[in-house]
Design a protein around this ligand. Structure first.
Ligand code: FAD
Ligand code: PYC
Length: 417
């Protein structure tokens, strides 16, 4: 694909002190009606709009965001990407996403800085070891790369980890997905926004959706801070606020909304070139391209909508990180923040039609939806365009909480659930 900006435009922009840059996407006023309205301008909503236009030729689309693009969990997460889930249904969905990640910068003509530096999940006890080995075998059967590392191989792969087993968290082994890694979260939102806009999608920010007009069981319009907008179809993709929006549309979701926190340190020279996750102690760490340590914790033990996590959870996570990586003990932390994640009882997402005709929902990704962003948008666009699920998201329907066909991924999602 031809780059949109040449070296000359880079030099010109540098010399102009970054003034008068063209906008990456338009900021139109909403039209009175659209074929499809997507509520929520996070990665999943923007990706849905992009694939609606690209794969299905549906370009009369608006993305309605109450704040700014990526201001929700998309811009708050620790950017870990992997596909090593246990059950066939999940492995296939997350692997679909991982394959899209592998070509995403090319597809969007925007560098999302996808870095396949590997993701390691540590085992600290016999239960962890058994769970990891079961998942590694299941992954391989599904064509997902996954391997077991002995402590000696962990040390060779990540020399700064302390394996002397003197602390509370001895390391008995690990799984490694080499194709896993990280991506730049803001760039994912911006890349999808720019590419969707270029295909005619209207992106409308600072426009909260406050309710839905439904008649005879069919969606008619969304009511927003910028007025009523009619739509033939509406997709709700609002992460931590899914049950609020579902309530406005008259149905209930089996989700809990919980704060999840992360923090970054001062930047240092490169010391950690992989992602290390410890499910048992709810801690995970990588190093950003700027040099900051990016550290995440588990969810708070209570529901809430405050975008910050409890200090006891922060302390427990940092204590574990310091035990595993004693060299980080003197690091200073720069920022701490939280996001609201909506968690389903089986730790799997919902990508589904709803009881309202023409209204679709994408939610319940809990602590682990960033990795799914391209795959989620891709199959949700299919669901909306065809009014029928893509084979990959058919098992993730709302109805599973009635039928009992749950997809229990607590093991794979466990780091933060
Ligand atoms: P969001 O990005 O939250 O987008 C939803 C949007 O809807 C928001 O912008 C919000 O403003 C908007 N909205 C809400 N209500 C309304 C309304 N009424 N009207 C209009 N717009 C509305 N996942 C991983 O895979 N790997 C990780 O390493 C990882 N780490 C995480 C760390 C933290 C601290 C957190 C909080 C989450 C983490 N996650 C991770 C989970 C991941 O961030 C989310 O699952 C994913 O980003 C959800 O994307 P989204 O587009 O659905 O939601
Ligand atoms: O799902 O990989 C994950 C994850 C990492 C941190 C939070 N969630």
């Amino acid at each position: 694909m031809t780059p949109r900006y040449s070296i000359f435009s880079l030099l010109r922009n540098a010399a102009s002190y970054h003034e008068d840059w063209p906008e990456a996407w338009r900021s139109p006023e909403p039209k009175p009606s659209y074929e499809v309205v997507i509520v929520g301008g996070g990665g999943h909503g923007l990706a849905t709009a992009y694939y609606l236009a690209k794969e299905h030729g549906v370009t009369d689309v608006a993305v309605i965001e109450r704040g700014w693009l990526g201001g929700g969990n998309t811009g708050r997460n620790t950017t870990i990407v992997r596909s090593n889930y246990l059950w066939d249904e999940s492995a296939q969905l997350y692997e679909h996403a991982l394959k899209l990640w592998e070509g995403l910068s090319q597809d969007l003509n925007y560098n999302v800085m996808f870095s396949q530096r590997g993701v390691m999940n540590l085992a600290h006890n016999q239960h962890d070891l058994r769970e990891l080995n079961r998942r590694i075998s299941a992954n391989r059967l599904n064509g997902v790369d996954s391997e077991f590392l002995t402590p000696a191989r962990i040390k060779a792969f990540c020399p700064i980890i302390d394996l002397r087993a003197q602390g509370r968290y001895p390391v008995l082994g690990a799984s490694l997905q080499r194709r896993g890694g990280t991506a730049r979260h803001d760039a994912v939102a911006w890349g999808y926004a720019r590419a969707a806009d270029a295909r005619g999608v209207d992106i409308i920010q600072e426009c909260p959706v406050e309710g839905f007009d439904i008649s005879n069981g069919k969606i008619q319009a969304v009511r927003t801070g910028k007025g009523r907008i009619e739509a033939r179809k509406v997709g709700i993709v609002v992460a931590g606020h899914s049950s609020v929006l579902a309530g406005q549309a008259g149905f209930r979701l089996p989700v809990q909304s919980l704060p999840l926190q992360a923090l970054v340190s001062e930047p240092v020279k490169p010391v950690l070139d992989t992602v290390v996750m410890s499910n048992a102690v709810h801690a995970y760490i990588s190093q950003s391209d700027k040099g900051e340590l990016v550290i995440g914790a588990g969810v708070d033990p209570y529901v809430g909508y405050g975008q910050r996590g409890g200090i006891a959870v922060t302390e427990e996570t940092l204590a574990a990180i310091c035990e595993l990586f004693p060299m980080f003990r003197r690091m200073r932390m720069l920022r701490l923040w939280g996001g609201i994640v909506d968690v389903c009882p089986d730790a799997s997402p919902i990508l589904s039609k709803t009881p309202v005709e023409g209204l679709y929902i994408n939610c319940g990704w809990g602590t682990g939806g960033f990795k799914a962003t391209p795959g989620s948008g891709h199959v949700f666009a299919h669901t909306i365009a065809r009014d029928a699920p893509h084979p990959l998201n058919a098992p993730f329907k709302l109805d599973r909480f009635h039928s009992g066909f749950l997809i229990d991924e607590h093991g794979a999602a466990a780091v933060a659930h």
